[in-house]
Design a protein around this ligand. Sequence first.
Ligand SMILES: Nc1ncnc2c1ncn2[C@@H]1O[C@H](COP(=O)(O)OP(=O)(O)OP(=O)(O)O)[C@@H](O)[C@H]1O
Length: 195
Amino acid sequence: MIRLRGVGVRLGGRWVLRGLDLDLPVGVVAVTGPNGVGKTTLGRVLLGLVVPDEGEVRTDGCRRAAVFQEDRLCPHLDAVANVRLVLPRDVTRDAVRAELADLGLPDEAHDRPVRELSGGQRRRVAIARALLTDAPLVVLDEPLTGIDEDARGHVLDRVAQACAGRHTLLVSHDARDAERLGARLVGLADGTLVP
Ligand SMILES: Nc1ncnc2c1ncn2[C@@H]1O[C@H](COP(=O)(O)OP(=O)(O)OP(=O)(O)O)[C@@H](O)[C@H]1O
């Protein structure tokens, strides 16, 4: 179990999260809420990128993977190389190509520097990078940003498949995404989670 208890985070002189409790069992918890309410901050706490000012974070030191709100790719590296950066050396370029193709990235884009790809294409690279790790804890912050309507269903199904058996936090403004992933939906308001 991944567990947060009484977590509080102060940013810019105010409490963004306060008294927040979260149990993240195997499966998907989807957090929703208005802009600026603290969803990304919650994800960053789980990733260990923000250390709370109060409360307890229990992740048992497990490895983590993320799709960040921004893609955070290395612009000069090609798509395959970006994904391989986080994978064991024995994962071949072909294995990465298969994942990229499944996520709808055209073959001709696999070997191009990602700065030459479109926003939606770069997003697919960022998703592949998270899915191909076997990290037990996954944070997906608006993973479908920029993915066209026709592809969303398939990408979500691939996310569901790859995240099966992992502890996954999805940040999304779209309840349909949560539904397709079979997620437990919670809201974030006034610094804490609400059912
Ligand atoms: N480094 C920072 N310094 C000061 N304030 C910050 C910092 N990072 C975030 N904040 C503030 O914390 C609050 C929560 O931000 P956060 O990005 O977690 O919200 P969010 O719910 O993910 O929003 P969105 O839906 O727009 O992505 C916002 O009011 C934001 O301005």
